[in-house]
Design a protein around this ligand. Structure first.
Ligand SMILES: [Cu+2]
Length: 144
């Protein structure tokens, strides 16, 4: 074997190998790359900040007014309270002892410490009440 032949024997497979590799990579190269769509169309999204259309009712009734009466030291505070019609009055027993509201037309349950009683006065008038457990405790709600 001549020097050249030996060289060729060594080189030719290498060239073939390289050609193979190149061919392969060319093959791969010809395949279009998996690109994401070039232009993602802007989505037709509503503006992020659009609030839900909460149109308030045309005729919003005035917010119901409220009033509170404390029951403490065996007395109603205030003892006399004037409110508008529709006012919700809340009594809270701040005494250690239980109390009970006795109106002519209705009564509360016994209210222990911290318990409350609510009543909404829808009719005008003067409503006297006492504590059913301590009748010397007197109160009055005047509804106008
Ligand atoms: Cu009482």
């Amino acid at each position: 074997m001549s020097e050249t032949t030996r060289l060729m024997v060594a080189i030719i497979p290498m060239i073939l190998f390289i050609a193979l590799i190149a061919g392969c990579s060319q093959q791969y190269g010809t395949q279009p790359a998996q690109q994401p769509p070039s232009s993602t169309p802007p989505a037709n999204q509503p503006p992020a900040g659009t609030p839900p259309s909460t149109t308030p009712p045309a005729t919003t009734p005035p917010a119901a007014s409220t009033a509170v009466v404390s029951i403490k030291n065996f007395a109603f505070d205030p003892a006399e309270l004037t409110v508008a019609k529709g006012t919700k009055v809340t009594w809270t027993n701040e005494d250690a002892a239980p109390h009970r509201l006795d109106f002519d037309a209705f009564s509360s349950e016994n209210l222990n410490t911290g318990q409350t009683y609510e009543f909404t006065f829808n009719d005008a008038g003067t409503f006297d009440y006492i504590c059913g457990l301590h009748p010397t405790m007197k109160g009055k709600i005047i509804v106008q």
